[in-house]
Write a protein that binds this ligand. Structure first.
Ligand code: FES
Length: 508
């Protein structure tokens, strides 16, 4: 295999393709987003006899789910001590139980359909090599004890990695997410789910019936809408732009000369270092992830893939990179996902977002909670995750800091430009400059062609900045991403950046 900028998951599975929605249709439930939440919800709802349409703006499983590290675990870093302190023991317990039940649901689905998806049970470890975190790891162990989580402190980590102390959570798991979801999508289709690719939802219309409107002017008329596309394309006065922020994370699949000892690992400190493995076609492949940063706020001097590769080489000896990829996810202001009705004004439109990079369990929880809400069944987690929840105690602080960050980035973007002249741009370099009053982003590609765009994000007007690692323009406010030629790679923006012909278009 040669080094690919495609996820190992997507490269190793052949996925079917599906048509674009070319004529309006009527179903019980319209689902937007074919990742783990959308596909699992389609599967669960179709099993209940509901007629479901599932649409995806590009191809199925090419979003965050296809780019995850695919740990199926309730160990979401060092969170339980924090959850207890912020929200109390009962709420912390709910978070743990929801993730554990999501894992059980995944196991049951795998067993029921005999899905080959490299599912293995592993201990999940959080380790630290920094004095500052020793106390936090000890406090996390106390939280495990309070919540009856099976785990232990250990100074005997199976992986040969520098550390001072670690905590393990027993009996967690990992799998190949695309193999798993391809199989359950097939089950859903066998239960009459209609799937459409290259079909973008742009709004929800409320007439006699509710309808998802698509970019090519078709409608999915339905009783219920599920937004499983991370950033809700329909806000419904839920004020999502001010209630969460986007982060990117980078991932490498590598081969090393060492045997992998089992287990899944993540450090407590930053930059994040996450390690797991998978045995594919008789070969041991290590998955190394980390270097996350807020979208549009990364360090332009750093190539994050090179950073990760250096960490892997320094820690595990010679490596061969097979795949590299990146993923994006949202975090809510209180750290708990938003799962449920989008706002009190629209009780038949659901949202599932803010998984805080733990999408395998949180996405599965979302599918189950929303299915229960639609089926009018009691779900003991629905109030806990409800986006309309009255704020938990202490969540005003992160609200203020998230929005101060957006405001800071908004203002900073309006004034931040380089003095560098266009003629001095090096190959594969980007600058932002002001030309005759317009803020312009200019990238010189590897063939020395110049690409210029207006840097004002087409979502809500923040100024995009350059991501050196991925050669993209990224918005620091809500996470939209654009190619260097201006096309939307990732929303919430729906329109491309305005392209500029430097000879003729610059405003006088
Ligand atoms: Fe919202 Fe750019 S202003 S994503």
């Amino acid at each position: 295999m040669s080094e690919q900028t495609k996820s190992l998951w997507n490269e190793s599975v052949h996925l079917p393709s599906f048509p674009t929605l070319e004529e309006s249709l009527e179903v019980d439930v319209g689902i937007v987003g074919a990742g783990i939440t959308g596909i699992t919800a389609a599967y669960l709802l179709a099993k209940q006899g509901l007629k479901v349409a599932l649409i995806e703006t590009s191809q199925i499983l090419q979003g965050t789910t296809g780019h995850t590290t695919a740990k199926v675990t309730a160990q979401h870093g060092l969170i339980y001590d924090k959850l207890i302190k912020q929200f109390g023991v009962e709420n912390a317990k709910k978070y743990y139980q929801a993730a554990t039940e999501a894992k059980t649901l995944i196991e049951n689905i795998i067993q029921t359909h005999q899905i080959e998806c490299h599912y293995t049970n592993e201990n999940a470890y959080v380790y630290t090599n920094t004095d500052n975190y020793i106390e936090q790891i000890k406090n996390e162990m106390k939280a495990y004890d309070k919540l009856n989580i099976s785990g232990e402190l250990t100074d005997n980590l199976p992986l040969d990695i520098p550390y001072q102390l670690a905590i393990s959570m027993h009996d967690q798991a990992q799998f190949h997410p695309v193999q798993y979801l391809k199989a359950i999508l097939e089950e859903a289709i066998a239960n009459d789910v209609h799937v459409f690719e290259n079909t973008s939802a742009i709004d929800v219309e409320f007439n006699k019936k509710t309808a998802i409107m698509t970019a090519n002017n078709q409608r999915i008329i339905c009783d219920y809408v599920i937004q499983a596309s991370h950033y809700p394309f329909f806000d419904g006065q839920g004020f999502y732009p001010v209630r969460m922020y986007a982060e990117r994370e980078y991932v490498l699949a590598i081969k090393t000369e060492k045997d992998f000892p089992g287990g899944m690992y993540i450090n407590a400190e930053t930059p994040t270092r996450s390690v797991r493995n998978i045995r594919l076609n008789g070969e041991d492949i290590w998955i190394i992830a980390g270097d996350s940063h807020k979208v549009g706020q990364g360090d332009q001097k750093i190539n994050y893939f090179k950073n990760l590769a250096k960490f892997a080489k320094d820690t595990f000896g010679p490596i061969k990179i097979i795949n590299k990829w990146s993923a994006q996810d949202y975090t809510t202001i209180d750290g708990i996902p938003y799962i449920g009705t989008v706002s009190s004004a629209h009780d038949n439109v659901f949202v599932a977002t803010g998984f805080n990079k733990w999408g395998m369990t949180n996405g599965t929880t979302a599918a189950k909670v929303i299915t229960d809400l639609i089926m009018k069944r009691r779900n003991e987690y629905s109030e806990f995750f409800a986006p309309t929840r009255s704020s938990f105690p202490n969540s005003i602080k992160p609200f203020i800091s998230t929005n101060m960050n957006v405001t800071k980035e908004f203002i900073k973007g309006k004034f931040d430009t380089t003095k560098q002249s266009i003629s001095n741009i090096k190959t594969d370099q980007a600058i932002v400059t002001k030309i005759k009053g317009s803020r312009i982003g200019i990238y010189k590609d590897q063939q020395n062609n110049i690409h210029a765009v207006k840097t004002t994000c087409t979502h809500l007007g923040c100024e995009v900045s350059w991501n050196t690692t991925e050669r993209t323009w990224e918005c620091p406010c809500h996470g939209s991403r654009f190619s260097y030629t201006g096309e939307v790679i990732q929303g919430p923006a729906k329109e491309p950046l305005q392209t500029i012909d430097l000879n003729t278009d610059v405003e006088k």
